[in-house]
Write a protein that binds this ligand. Structure first.
Ligand SMILES: [Zn+2]
Length: 278
């Protein structure tokens, strides 16, 4: 089965991870803009990071047989510094125009407050105006408060709901998210967030339509093969192969296909390291 990893931060992963991902059947991935571990102090630091994930990371991934795309944004963790956030947003167009940028994201709430709402709403509007997909991060603090406010922001913007993926859903937020036409994401992590068992249960409860699973591996305790483990668990848990492949391939493919730039080559082959060019 070919797998699309719809959300992973390869910036902080090694080449060994790319090798293992390829061997496990992952052929394309999307890297949303994230928090590097300390808050950035300059707009230029964001811009250099955008360039890195759009240019360098794409080339690095390709050497290992994986087609890599990115999403650009001021992430929720850094949205409270509104003056810096708006300075970054005002310079974001050239990165959004980049051939490897297929979405806005991740955006949304972290501490769930008015300042974050301003930055979230502005970036949601950019995705709306450009008619491109947008990845919305659901705060880990209070899921019900976060989903309700997130849905208000989405409804106020009147963005077509199929352009939006609401990520990091749990049993608490999913009933609200599934009432919309948004794609609904679940993040699987080794020790926090969801386990394969919980994902399987949520799919049984809510169906596989518009469901997306994200590994979201980054610099924390995380696993670039999360999706493969979910796939194995769901098979054992009685889900039909078709339902599993819709979640691991068809749904993320349909979501990102709303960007005309998403044309992944699933037939890439790893390059012999001797052929690598600097
Ligand atoms: Zn992320």
């Amino acid at each position: 089965m070919i797998i699309i990893e719809p959300h992973i931060h390869m910036y902080s992963r090694t080449t060994d991870d790319y090798v293992r991902m390829y061997e496990a059947g992952i052929r394309a991935c999307v890297e949303p803009s994230f928090w590097l571990g300390t808050n950035r102090r300059y707009a230029g630091t964001f811009f250099d990071y955008f360039r890195l994930i759009l240019d360098f990371e794409t080339v690095r991934a390709r050497r290992f047989g994986i087609d890599h795309y990115s999403a650009i944004s001021v992430n929720p963790k850094e949205a409270e510094n509104t003056s810096l956030a708006f300075e970054v947003i005002s310079g974001m167009d050239e990165y959004l125009d980049h051939p490897r940028c297929i979405a806005v994201g991740e955006i949304g709430f972290n501490n769930i407050n008015k300042k974050e709402e301003e930055v979230f709403a502005k970036q949601l509007n950019i995705a709306h105006m450009r008619r491109i997909p947008v990845i919305v991060h659901l705060s880990h603090l209070e899921k019900v408060k976060a989903i309700k406010w997130t849905l208000d922001v989405i409804k106020n913007e009147k963005i077509p709901e199929e352009l939006v993926e609401i990520d990091h859903n749990t049993e608490e937020s999913m009933p609200f998210a599934r009432e919309t036409g948004c794609y609904t994401g679940m993040t699987v992590y080794p020790i926090s967030k969801l386990t394969p068992e919980r994902v399987s249960g949520l799919v049984k409860q809510f169906g596989n339509e518009r469901m997306i699973i994200n590994g979201s591996a980054d610099w924390g305790i995380s696993d670039p093969l999360s999706l493969v483990k979910v796939c194995d668990f769901m098979k054992k848990d009685g889900h039909p192969e078709k339902a599993i492949s819709s979640i691991l391939f068809d749904n993320p493919n349909a979501f990102y296909s709303q960007s005309s730039k998403w044309k992944p080559d699933f037939n890439l082959k790893p390059v012999d390291p001797k052929e690598f060019q600097r």
